[in-house]
Design a protein around this ligand. Structure first.
Ligand code: AHR
Length: 306
């Protein structure tokens, strides 16, 4: 981040209001609902027309949604790409059609599409750092031999790739920490619960579950209880997102640590759109500052959690 790129992108006329697309990945969890609400609230506040699509967990539908926005000639497109490779071609198609794209929350594989050429910028969290923060908390707080089950997010998504990389890289450097199993739970509560149940049975010595998001962590808490163990005590539970339900579970002690991934993108998204139209240059990545929730601060943080 921090590098100002040469802009080879479509221009955006300075206007008071825009008709702008927002291509969402799915709506099956509180994080996505909070992100959509933030975009809709800010669009309404500023008088923009938001052309909203929900890919309902289908990458193919999201590709079609973006193509439909291009056909409708929207002024610009906000995109949270479900996966980091299959959405690259439509990002380029939008640029060729003269429509600037701003990536929100999830990124595109940088080998396939470039900020400053194919899209304006990426606004979101540093997913590698999120994984590192979780691992660093564990290394500092775990006692003795630590056997980890990892629940990965949606396969092929930038948060799943990067949260795994950030976490695994730190863990690998600490010989008393071992990742026994790592499997996708698709960022979903019930899939997370089912995968955690299977992996707990197969790995009876596991004493940590690291979930790439709150939904899977909450599912894992149910699986731990179903296995007759105490979440947060017999098995440490670690998560990323920071929704109210998970933060309450940190207060209650069934989740031990959560790194925030803030879903409230509306204000930054529309500010960037206006800045881009006015000729402002953006770095390849604009990174959100995220907090964390520990047993010490979770109660105080509950009110501001989404
Ligand atoms: O891309 C961010 C991730 O996607 C959030 O952690 C998760 O809850 C969502 O579905």
């Amino acid at each position: 981040t921090g590098t100002v790129l040469a802009q080879g992108l479509p221009k955006l006329a300075v206007k008071k209001t825009y008709r702008v697309g927002f291509a969402q990945t799915e709506s099956n969890n509180p994080w996505r609902l909070a992100q959509t609400k933030s975009m809709q609230d800010e669009a309404r506040r500023l008088g923009h027309q938001l052309v909203y699509t929900d890919a309902a967990g289908s990458t193919a539908k999201q590709v079609a949604d973006v193509r439909s926005m291009i056909a409708q000639k929207v002024d610009a497109i906000f995109l949270s790409p479900r996966e980091d490779k299959p959405l690259a071609p439509v990002v380029k198609e939008a640029a060729k059609a003269g429509i600037p794209v701003i990536l929100l929350d999830r990124n595109i594989d940088p080998a396939l599409a470039k900020a400053g050429t194919d899209y304006v910028t990426f606004i979101g969290s540093d997913f590698v750092q999120e994984g590192q923060r979780v691992a660093n908390w564990l290394v500092k707080n775990a006692k003795g031999k630590t056997n980890i089950i990892e629940l990965e997010g949606t396969t092929g998504s930038s948060p799943a790739n990067d949260r795994k990389k950030g976490f695994d890289d730190v863990i690998r450097k600490n010989p008393q920490f071992k990742i026994l199993a790592s499997q996708t739970g698709n960022f979903a509560r019930d899939t997370g619960r089912q995968v955690a149940e299977t992996l707990l049975q197969a790995n009876p010595t596991a004493n940590v579950i690291y979930a790439h998001n709150d939904e899977m962590a909450i599912g894992a808490v149910s699986a731990i209880r179903a296995a007759g163990k105490r979440p947060g005590v017999d098995i440490i539970v670690l998560s990323i997102d920071g929704g109210k339900e998970a933060v309450q579970m940190v207060v209650d002690g069934s989740i031990n640590y959560v790194v925030e991934c803030n879903p409230r993108f509306g204000p930054a998204a529309f500010k960037t759109l206006a800045g881009y139209a006015a000729g402002q240059k953006y770095p390849a990545k604009v990174i959100n500052a995220d907090r964390d929730y520990t047993p010490q601060n979770a109660k105080a943080g509950l009110a501001s959690a989404y």
